[in-house]
Write a protein that binds this ligand. Structure first.
Ligand SMILES: Cc1cc2nc3c(=O)[nH]c(=O)nc-3n(C[C@H](O)[C@H](O)[C@H](O)COP(=O)(O)O)c2cc1C
Length: 329
C-alpha cells in the first residue's frame, strides 16, 4: 500500500512538499495543485520545475474540460519538464470552477466527459490518472461514472467519496466508495478525512486498496504517514522518544515535537527565500496553523496567538514556546 499527499491549492506547493519530504518519511507520491493554463503562470511553472522537486515522485495535476488544452498541457509537461504521467482533476467544487463543468462539474455531464476522455486517451503520449468525487448533487450516478472510467486505461483512480455539494465538510460517503471498490477495474486510491493511524487502518481493513491519499490529515499532523507506516497503532502521546522507521534519520530515535518544530522552522525559512515579504510568509504560516494547531491540546489558544503575530520574529518565538500548548503526540 502506498501513501500519497493530496494536492491542496495554496498549501502543498513545491516549498511545502520538499521541506515536508526532508523532515518526515514523506509520501510515496505527491500531486501538484491543479494547473489550468496553457501558458503556465509563474506559480504553475515553479511548481513543476524538476529542480524544485528533487528526490520526490511528483504527478502534475491538470484541470480543464477541453481535450486540446489537456493534451497541450500534458505534452508540455512531458517535453519541457520530463513528466511521464499526469492526473486529471474531476473533484474541484469551487464556485469559479464546477458551475462551468470543470473539476467536479465535469461529473454532471458524463456524455461530454466521455467525448473528452476518448480524445485524450487516443492522443496522449503520457499516462493519466483520475482524481474524482463521487457525483455532483448526489452519489446516484457514480456507478455509471465508474463504468465510464473502466473504458479507459487509467494508471489509477483516486476517489474522494464526496459529491460536489458536500464540499469538504460534510461526512465522506463510504457507501459511494464501495461502488468503486466493487466495480472499478483500476488500481484504487482512497482519499478523504483520514486523520489518524487507527482511521487509516480501519479504512484499509474495509477497503484494502492500493493507495491511501491524505491531505488535511498531514497538515494537522505531519507525522501521520510515519505512524501509519509503523503499523497503524494509536495516536496517543508517546514518551518523547521513539523510532520512526521511515523517518529521515532512519533507525534513530526521533522526538516528535522537536521534529515538528524543526520542520516548521525550515518551512518558514524556505518560504522566506521564495516569497517577497515577511507578511506573505506569515500568511502562509497562519494558513498552515489553521490545521497544524490541531496537533495541540490547546490548539485554539495557539492558533489565536499565531494569528496575532505581526512579525516573523513573533512567529518564531511562539513556535519555540509551542510545547506549552500541549503537543499531542
Ligand atoms: C485548501 C484545499 C485546496 C485543495 N486543492 C486541491 C487541488 O488543487 N486539486 C485537487 O485535486 N484537490 C484539491 N483539494 C482536495 C484535496 O486534495 C482532498 O481531496 C480533500 O481535502 C479530501 O482529503 P483530506 O480529507 O485528506 O484532506 C484541496 C483541498 C483543500 C482543503
Amino acid at each position: 500500500m502506498k501513501l500519497y499527499l493530496a494536492p491542496m491549492e495554496g498549501i502543498t506547493g513545491h516549498v511545502f512538499r520538499t521541506v515536508y519530504h526532508r523532515h518526515y518519511g514523506g509520501a510515496d507520491r505527491y500531486f501538484t495543485p491543479f494547473i489550468s493554463h496553457r501558458d503556465f503562470t509563474a506559480r504553475e511553472r515553479a511548481d513543476v520545475l524538476p529542480e524544485n522537486n528533487r528526490n520526490l515522485e511528483l504527478v502534475p495535476q491538470i484541470l480543464t474540460n477541453h481535450a486540446d488544452e489537456f493534451l497541450e498541457i500534458a505534452h508540455k509537461l512531458k517535453e519541457g519538464y520530463g513528466y511521464e504521467e499526469v492526473d486529471l482533476n474531476l473533484g474541484c467544487p469551487s464556485p469559479t470552477v464546477a458551475p462551468k463543468n470543470r473539476g467536479a462539474g465535469f461529473l454532471r455531464v458524463p456524455d461530454e466527459l466521455r467525448v473528452f476522455l476518448d480524445e485524450v486517451f487516443s492522443k496522449s503520449d503520457v499516462r493519466i490518472s483520475v482524481k474524482t468525487r463521487t457525483g455532483y448533487e448526489d452519489h446516484e450516478g457514480f456507478e455509471r461514472l465508474v463504468e465510464l472510467y473502466n473504458d479507459y486505461p487509467l494508471t489509477e483512480l483516486i476517489v474522494h467519496p464526496r459529491c460536489r455539494e458536500d464540499y469538504y465538510a460534510r461526512p465522506v460517503n463510504k457507501e459511494a466508495f464501495s461502488v468503486a471498490y466493487e466495480k472499478s477495474r483500476h488500481a484504487l486510491c482512497y482519499n478523504g478525512d483520514v486523520y489518524s493511524a487507527p482511521e487509516a487502518k480501519a479504512t484499509l481493513a474495509q477497503f484494502p486498496v492500493e493507495a491511501l491519499m491524505c491531505g488535511r490529515g498531514i497538515l494537522r499532523d505531519p507525522g501521520l504517514f510515519d505512524r501509519i507506516r509503523e503499523g497503524g497503532g494509536d495516536n496517543r502521546k508517546n514518551s518523547g522518544e521513539l523510532c520512526c522507521e521511515n523517518a529521515p534519520e532512519n533507525g534513530k530515535a526521533v522526538n516528535r515535537e522537536k521534529q515538528l518544530k524543526a520542520f516548521v522552522r525550515d518551512l518558514y525559512a524556505a518560504y522566506s527565500g521564495e516569497l517577497s515579504g515577511e507578511k506573505d510568509v506569515l500568511f502562509k504560516m497562519k494558513e498552515l496553523y489553521f490545521y497544524l494547531s490541531e496537533s495541540y491540546e490547546k490548539g485554539d489558544k495557539l492558533l489565536k496567538k499565531i494569528r496575532k503575530c505581526q512579525r516573523g520574529s513573533d512567529f518564531l518565538s511562539v513556535l519555540n514556546e509551542s510545547g506549552a500548548y500541549g503537543y499531542k503526540y
